[in-house]
Design a protein around this ligand. Sequence first.
Ligand code: RIB
Length: 308
Amino acid sequence: MMPRVLVVGSANMDLVVKAPRMPVGGETVMGGEFSTVRGGKGANQAIACARMGAEVWMVGCVGRDAFGEALVAGLEADGVRCDYMRRHPTAPSGIAVILIDASGENSIVVATGANAELGENDLRQVPGFSAFDVVLTQLEAPLGAVRATLARAREAGVTSVLDAGPPTEAAKALVGGPDVISPNETEAKALLGIPVTEELEPTEAADRLIAAGARNVVLKLGAEGALVARPDCMERVPAFKIDPVDTTGAGDAFTAALAVSLARGDDLVRATTVGAAAGALAATVFGAAPSMPMGEAVEQFMRERGAS
Ligand code: RIB
């Protein structure tokens, strides 16, 4: 049986420019190619879950515009069920303006548009959360929708995973909500109310999130791998070394692969290893949604790296 995953989240059209380096304030840098690429953390994760072999339903909201059409068509092309995707009559589809520098690192600004209209009413369209093995959401969706998603998952006894991006201090109250919370280092600081400029050891960040009520933390450390923490233990998962082309969406591939692995019954450390492999592969391909890897590619990559 294919694992069943419900994704509640955002869909954006990414407007991407490659540049030799990021501009500083007030500076103009001459860039290279411009591309329009499907993205948004929710949609990326829904597509990644489908490519990892899950049956996926997405709850989200796009505008009645060309971007909205393309975003829903892209989800459907990957087999994501869009019965719960709403087309808002007036709000424009969400967009993200993305700069990618020569090292593959990105800088992103999101104009949330119709994603901001996603609310509890959209979740009421989903009859029963118990039909799913895992429910996955992110902080690009409005806080009310995230809170309601986690509450419904808990009531139904379904495993919930919260990707804690993008960083928001307002999400502090949600730390104890999901079964698994997965921030990167910047997001962990935001959840803890610590300035991004302040040094914080990953183990200390994980400890503090556990003390704040988190049940299971998967701290994404980029090229350093990940840290899995529970109240009683902590384990480091090493990174898969790659030459990054574009890191946009790598975190989404990570969290989605982790969620599908959990839905298959794997333990959290194994699921994190699968997530790290999927994230590494996504960083070797340009773009967000198009870079989400297929399950077979992730398995082969893990075999080649001796991690299967
Ligand atoms: O995580 C990557 C995503 O963040 C991009 O696709 C962009 O849309 C922003 O939501």
